[in-house]
Structure formats: C-alpha cells, structure tokens
Design a protein around this ligand. Structure first.
Ligand SMILES: *[C@@H]1O[C@H](CO)[C@@H](O)[C@H](O)[C@H]1NC(C)=O
Ligand SMILES: *[C@@H]1O[C@H](CO)[C@@H](O)[C@H](O)[C@H]1NC(C)=O
Ligand SMILES: *[C@@H]1O[C@H](CO)[C@@H](O)[C@H](O)[C@H]1NC(C)=O
Ligand SMILES: *[C@@H]1O[C@H](CO)[C@@H](O)[C@H](O)[C@H]1NC(C)=O
Length: 469
C-alpha cells in the first residue's frame, strides 16, 4: 500500500481498512478480541513464549551467503522453532527490530507444527506438518516493514498449540536487512535453518536446497502471545547465561525454566506461562552481552502481556567482572540498590517481584573465582534473603551449592557443567525444584494489588544499612 496522494486513494484506503477489519474479525474464528469485548469475555492476551531481544554480535550473525556484504538474509528464508509454555488456540506473533540499524522488511511468514520424527519434540526440526501450515498477516497484509527500534505484531490466528509443544515459524526476507545491526537471540540452544529464496511453505527446509544452513541462534522473533482466560498469566525471568541455558542440551529444552514448566504441568494443565528473558553474559548494571537488566526491564518485562510475576536472577556477571577492592564492594552495593529499583518498577506495574540468590562461582580455573568476590556474593545473597524487599525469595544458592564448609562456595560437583559456574541438566532440574510452586497461587493476578507492602522510608533504609554492617 503506497502513501495516499489523492482523494480516491484515500477512499481506497477506507475500503481496505473495512476489509482489514472484516479479515481480522473472521481470522479469529468468531472470538471477539476487540477492546470492548475484553471486558465482557474475561479473556486477555498472555505471553506464551518469549526470548530476550538483543543486538546480534558479529560472530553470531549468519554465515555467508546469508551474511552479505551490504545486508543480512537477502532473498533468504529462516525457519525457527520455539517451545510453547501454555496451551492455546488463538495466537499472535511479535517480531522485534529493537536493535536493528535499518528497516526490517518481512516479506512473508508462516507458522506450522514441526514434523516430529521418532518421538522428538520437533525442537530444531527443519520439517513441518504441511497440513498445519498457515500464512501470517500483519495488519491484514503479508508483508510488513518494521522500522529500527520498533516491533510488529501479527494478526491473531486460529492455531492450536499445547504447553510443552513446539511451533515452527518461517520468515522470508526478499531484500534482507541492510547493514549488519540486527535483532536476535544468540543463545537459543535450538537449531534454526536458513535457505535461499522463499521457502516459507517448504515441508522440509533442509531437503529443499543444498544451500540450506543450520545455526543455533534465533533472529527477529521475540514473543508469542495467546488469547486466554483471565486466570492465565505469565512469569518473566530476568537472567543471564544460567537461565539462558548454558550447560543445557541443545534442542532438548532442559534449561531450568523449561524444567520448572514441567513441574507446573505435572498435576494439571498450567495457567502460568514462563517467559525466559535471559541472555548469556548479561549484567544488572552494565551493558555488554545485551543491555543491562536495569535498562531492558521495561521492554523485556513490563511492556509484555499479562506478566503477573517476575523472578530476578542476575548479578553473577556484575560481581564476576568488577575490578577487585573497593570497586567490588561498590558494585555489590549497586547490585542491591539495583534490585531495589527493579522491585519498585515491577510493583508500579502490579507485578510480583521475586528475588533469587546468586549461585556459586568459585572453583579452580574459573575466572570469577576469588575470595573477595565470594564475600560480596554472600553479602548480596544475605540481602536478597533477609531484606524482605522481594515479595518472595528463591534460594538457588542453597539448592545447588556444595555440601560443607569450603565447598559451599562452589557448585555441588553433581550439578556442575564443568566450568564451576553453569549447571548441567541435572543441576537445572534441582534449580527448578527450588521454586515453591505455591508462590504462583499466592501472588496470582489481581490479588497482587491487595498485598500490603512494606514501603520503607529513607530513615528505615539507613537503619537497615547500619544493621548490615
Ligand atoms: C558477517 O559480516 C560482518 C560484516 O562483514 C562481519 O563483521 C561478521 O563477522 C560476519 N559474521 C559471520 C558470522 O560471518
Ligand atoms: C528414526 O528411527 C529409525 C529407527 O531407529 C532410524 O532408522 C531413523 O534414521 C530415525 N530417523 C531420524 C530422522 O532420526
Ligand atoms: C532468490 O533465490 C532463489 C533461489 O535461489 C532464486 O531462484 C531467485 O532468482 C532469487 N531471487 C532474486 C531476486 O535474486
Ligand atoms: C569438595 O569439592 C571437591 C571438588 O569439587 C570434591 O572433590 C570434594 O569431594 C568435596 N568435598 C565435600 C566434603 O563435599
């Protein structure tokens, strides 16, 4: 649709708008999703999958030919799979150009259920079940140009997904994205496929061209939402590589949030989604591998749909990369103040703020291993446990640290992936088990606003600090 430059174009535009409205109403199969309807139906949009958008580092861009000299993904198709966290029958997808240096021109896109070979979940599959293939539209059109810094939602689709099942999303970019600044999520722990030309309807990307490549990264796709009853809501997790799943198994969905989802679905269908807003190397106070948690909280948590709970599990990279000496003590103080700020901002949005203790980072050859850093980790953890500032505390440190004495400064060897920092799938299982599932009920939905919170005055805070020393 070009810019209207005459009255007749404008009339045409009105006709298109009416048509769009019609398509839109029909496309959700009789489910009314208008603003007014929201009040009557008691349903709302809820995140059912998410990954943290970040500027893709040069080394995590696709390889040639998908990494061109002037653009990325030119005349290319990208098929990605994601692990859905709540059962739904109406969904919509969000693509992000938050960090792009130029327009992100999506030419066409489809969704489908992946082919599940030999009982696999379909995670990291290049093949789909062709009968489930649906074309995605954006405001009634197949294509959409997302400006730099912006995002786009697809129109709602009638498409059934189950909690702990996998969705395949395929996008085609005719022109690609100019330059090399694009938005993605490198730590996908999931295999994606790239092929030449428009392969959005291809039953199996890997057999469609000899030029198909695989990569363990995600690009552009940032959130999937579903139209769900009012009782459904989501937990967002602000985290680093431990939550992003370093040490877990690629395409096996055994990161600790995935294993928490298994626990949530054990007895009955879950009404809680889990949204993993973590990235490797991420810090609370400083940018680096992804923007700081303090700078991304609005985009990654507060702006999302139906987040009732946020677990804050970040800080190991702040303590681990700080200079030693007085700087390190200041960093630890700032981590605590940073948590305090996050609680204020989450509460302002009606979101329950849960804290987590930082897991051990000491061991031979581990770059973060240092008695000073360990002391500051203990200080920060003591504040998380004892300040009462978080609505609830998940004691990951206690759950996964070694048994006795000196070993409490290290991960239990049974849970260590081998680098004394990241856990193995068994360790991630134990972390998932450390989350008290009763918390979800305690802080459910609107009950949150009724919680009487301790609002501390400056004087009370000063007294608390004095007590800490
Ligand atoms: C992609 O191209 C850019 C620009 O030439 C380069 O900096 C980057 O290292 C390349 N990345 C890969 C994975 O090929
Ligand atoms: C599925 O299992 C069969 C029998 O074990 C095996 O021959 C085949 O290669 C497997 N296919 C894939 C795609 O793993
Ligand atoms: C896009 O790629 C396909 C498959 O390689 C090719 O047939 C087609 O000519 C290409 N289109 C353009 C405009 O380069
Ligand atoms: C302490 O940790 C070391 C190295 O991880 C291990 O070999 C040893 O068995 C542990 N000791 C105890 C008492 O847990």
């Amino acid at each position: 649709m070009s810019f209207p430059n005459s009255e007749s174009d404008l009339l045409g535009l009105k006709r298109v708008a009416r048509l769009l409205l019609l398509i839109w109403s029909v496309s959700v199969a009789g489910i009314i999703v208008g603003v007014d309807a929201k009040k009557c139906s008691g349903e709302h949009w809820v995140d059912i999958w998410g990954s943290m958008p970040q500027l893709v580092e040069p080394g995590n861009l696709p390889s040639v030919p998908y990494n061109g000299t002037a653009s990325v993904f030119q005349n290319a198709t990208l098929r990605q799979t994601v692990y859905i966290t709540q059962t739904a029958s109406t969904i919509r997808l969000q693509f992000s150009n938050a960090f792009g240096g130029s327009d992100l021109a999506i030419t066409s896109a489809t969704v489908a259920l992946p082919a599940t070979v030999n009982g696999s979940s379909g995670t990291g599959s290049s093949a789909i079940q062709p009968s489930t293939l649906q074309t995605i539209t954006f405001s009634g059109q197949r294509s959409f140009i997302v400006p730099p810094g912006a995002l786009v939602f697809s129109d709602p689709l009638s498409f059934s997904v189950r909690a702990q099942s996998v969705l395949a999303v395929t996008v085609y970019l005719a022109t690609g994205q100019a330059g090399h600044a694009i938005t993605g999520h490198p730590g996908s722990r999931t295999t994606s496929f790239m092929g030449p030309g428009d392969l959005t309807s291809s039953p199996d990307l890997s057999s469609s061209s000899p030029d198909v490549q695989r990569t363990d990264h995600w690009y552009f796709l940032s959130t999937i939402e579903a139209w769900l009853p009012a009782a459904s809501s989501a937990l967002a997790i602000i985290g680093d590589s431990i939550t992003d799943g370093r040490g877990s198994t690629t395409n096996a969905n055994n990161r600790w949030p995935d294993q928490l989802l298994s626990l949530l679905t054990q007895k009955s269908p879950t009404t809680i989604s889990i949204i993993n807003q973590a990235a490797g190397g991420n810090r609370l106070l400083a940018d680096g591998l992804g923007p700081s948690a303090l700078s991304r909280l609005d985009r990654d948590v507060i702006a999302h749909s139906a987040i009732s709970y946020c677990l804050v599990f970040i800080g190991v990279n702040d303590l681990g990369t700080s200079a030693l000496g007085p700087d390190l003590v200041k960093t630890a103080d700032r981590v605590v103040s940073g948590y305090d700020q996050i609680v204020t901002r989450l509460h302002r949005a009606g979101i329950a703020a849960w804290g987590a203790t930082i897991t051990p980072m000491s061991g031979p050859g581990q770059a973060y291993s240092d008695p000073e850093r360990e002391r500051q980790r203990q200080r920060v953890n003591a504040w998380v446990r004892d300040s009462g500032r978080f609505d609830a505390v998940v004691d990951f440190d206690k759950a996964v640290r070694g048994g006795n004495g000196e070993n409490q400064t290290q991960l239990d060897p049974r849970y260590d992936s081998g680098d004394y920092l990241h856990l193995n799938p068994e360790g991630y299982r134990v972390m998932a088990g450390a989350v008290d599932l009763a918390l979800f009920e305690r802080f459910r939905g609107k009950g949150m606003n009724k919680i009487v919170r301790k609002v501390r005055s400056t004087g009370e805070r000063e007294q608390m600090r004095a007590n800490e020393k």
